[in-house]
Design a protein around this ligand. Structure first.
Ligand code: SF4
Length: 339
């Protein structure tokens, strides 16, 4: 028996059970694969259930408001995934679901990994879904010691992955490799004693699997200081809709990176007075960190700011607000409750 058959036999008894697995439904496969980009399976499950309950098919998703899609995504992060999903639903309703990995690449938010995962799981196309798990397992099986982040090694890993794909059950094979990587061939020290592939594994033989795959050192995220102004006027608080790429179309409180004196001056010119500093908060994105100081301001009258809107407590809770604003939102809710 070869690696593929060995692993498929292991998968038949050891596979992880998820609500989004074995559905045979391309819509569900697509939604789950987008949610699983950058997010672990445990966190995805409740979001997947809520999303499918509200948008059971692609037509319902295409017909919804983008802000409702973002609201259901709230807390899951990487919100461009939700915006792309909504945009893609409109395209799919007109043109139908793509049926090959190549065609899936034309869909917004779908890269090579996701295209291959959907095409193999939903249509049994023999293409490797090369996520971090597959890269690690394959680099170790074949003892690939070159830097796995270089284009040549990426290509080499894809070629090896393609050779592992069976003519049928390609989706199962990808998921078997993912499961092996997530439960046995772990990052750092692999649990080779439980692995069904030891007799094929060159790194096991060399006894250096824990050093593979080799990768570039990640740059630490850039730290940024930010002031968050909670500006209240009677029973409303000022929020703005983001137009920047980071958190685009999500709602945040007034943000300033020009220092506190400038913020206080700018708001005083609009009739808003500083009441107090409320708390500090920190949010880590992939490439940057926001170190935030949250302030309480009170304005005699509502005023306008670009993309701004004044909302009541109820309205605030219905808007899509990113996790980065969790502490500020908690402060705003306390103040609105007592207003
Ligand atoms: S034998 Fe060890 S290193 Fe090789 S694939 Fe299995 S768990 Fe990974």
């Amino acid at each position: 028996m070869d690696i593929t058959n060995h692993l498929l036999t292991w998968y038949d008894t050891q596979k992880r059970t998820f609500i989004f697995r074995d559905t045979g439904d391309v819509y569900r496969v697509w939604i789950s694969e987008i949610m699983l980009q950058q997010t672990g399976t445990g966190a995805v499950i409740p979001y997947f259930e809520r999303f499918l309950a509200r948008f059971p098919d692609v037509e319902t998703l295409a017909g919804a408001d983008e802000s409702e899609v973002l609201k259901l995504w709230e807390g899951l992060g990487y919100y461009s995934r939700a915006r792309n999903l909504h945009k893609a639903a409109g395209i799919i309703v007109k043109e139908g679901f793509p049926r090959s990995a190549h065609a899936w690449l034309k869909i917004p938010g779908v890269g090579r990994y996701t295209a291959n995962a959907i095409a193999s799981i939903a249509f049994d196309e023999p293409v490797p879904a090369m996520d971090g798990n597959l890269q690690r397992v394959i680099a170790r099986l074949y003892h690939i010691t070159a830097n796995a982040d270089t284009p040549d090694t990426v290509k080499q890993l894809y070629t090896l992955g393609e050779k592992l794909m069976p003519a049928t059950r390609a989706g199962d094979m990808n998921q078997a490799l993912m499961d092996l990587g997530a439960t046995v061939c772990l990052p750092g020290t692999p649990d080779c004693q439980r692995c069904p592939l030891t007799s094929f594994c060159l790194s096991f033989e060399e006894d250096d699997a824990d050093a593979l795959p080799r990768r570039d050192k990640k740059k630490p995220p850039k730290e940024a200081g930010l002031h968050v102004a909670l500006v209240f006027s009677r029973d409303r608080v000022l929020m703005t809709k983001r137009h920047e790429a980071l958190l685009k179309n999500m709602y945040v409180f007034l943000l300033s990176d020009s220092g506190f004196p400038a913020l206080r001056e700018q708001l005083a010119a609009r009739g808003a007075q500083h009441v107090s500093e409320l708390k500090k908060a920190r949010h880590v994105f992939t490439h940057r960190v926001w170190n935030m100081t949250i302030h309480h301001f009170v304005a005699a009258e509502e005023f306008s700011v670009p993309h701004g809107t004044w909302v009541t407590m109820e309205e605030m809770l219905s808007l899509p607000i990113p996790t980065a604003m969790r502490a500020a939102k908690g402060c705003a809710a306390n103040i609105l409750q007592n207003s």
